[in-house]
Design a protein around this ligand. Sequence first.
Ligand SMILES: Cc1ncc(COP(=O)(O)O)c(C=O)c1O
Length: 357
Amino acid sequence: MHDLLFLAAAVLYGAASVALLAHLARGGEGASARLGPRLLALAAALHLALRLAGVGPGSVVLAPTLTFVATLNAVAYCGAEPWFVDVDPLTWNVSGDTLEHALRAARAAGRDPRFVMVTHLYGVPADLDGVTALCAREGLTLLEDAAESLGSWWRGRHTGTFGRAAALSFNGNKIVTAGQGGALLLASQEDAAQARHLATQARVGRAGYTHDAVGFNYRMANLNAALGLAQVESLPALRLRRRAVQAAYQLALEETEAIALQGVPSGAEVNGWLQGARVTARARCDRDGLLAALDARGIDARAVFQPMHRQAMFRGCGGACPAAEAVADTGLNLPNGPDTDVPRVIRALREGLGAGM
Ligand SMILES: Cc1ncc(COP(=O)(O)O)c(C=O)c1O
């Protein structure tokens, strides 16, 4: 955890830390990752990540449909086309199998995806064994939306250190916040230098106003970075408190057939950022009915993300995603702030769900 804290601190200050990331990536061959710059927002970081990886007009990116819109917006900013990938119905994330299925379907439709984007949804790592094996076998470049997974690990290696580039978010609702902002984790020194360059208006040299490319003003403000650095000190404690809330849900709901918690694949250690749950056919009401029942009892729960292939701007894109649709129609996030009163939420769930509890 000490290393993780150091990682986040280093990210916020944009400092490179080879030894640290090599340590984070222990178990991975030739781990030589470098930290990139701290950035205005995760969306900006993802945009740069895709640009650096070579995503552009004509590129096809295999991307999750069950994610926040910023993941897909970054693909669109590059003029690329997403091909949507379905999820594992238990973990709600893309897996090696769902990616392979999507890759075959895309090729059958005459597309040639060269890039894979994964999101570690609600802090639960995607099946990184399956994903990295497929990418290696097929020569695909992996990019990670690690917005929600600071403090989540896969077989002892931190999420965000598996792809060529990954983005973290320090937005206000995240486990560690800088008010706003994000950071890039990059697997090569060259990408890190190029990311800094593009994020600072592609300015050449310190003095004068010479620029060698169309760049961006994507830097995080120092004030936000200072706030984030103070927050980062609490990361281990915040993570433990969220994990304790999750453990209490797990215990209280394990016998319950009316609700099924988002699964955690073996090999994953989660940060506990959000607790996902699905209302099953054994419940007396559907998801929206449960949300209304919780709301009436003063409990703030939310529906999960709407799949991106249902959003107006991505409706024409390829990829069938029935499992993601089922999660989207039945899933919600239970409250799991550090101070959540779990027994009160469980009581409200029992009253709302009725049979099967
Ligand atoms: C999966 C995912 N991607 C991207 C973002 C966008 O992050 P930011 O608000 O820092 O741009 C978020 C959260 O807001 C997210 O949850």
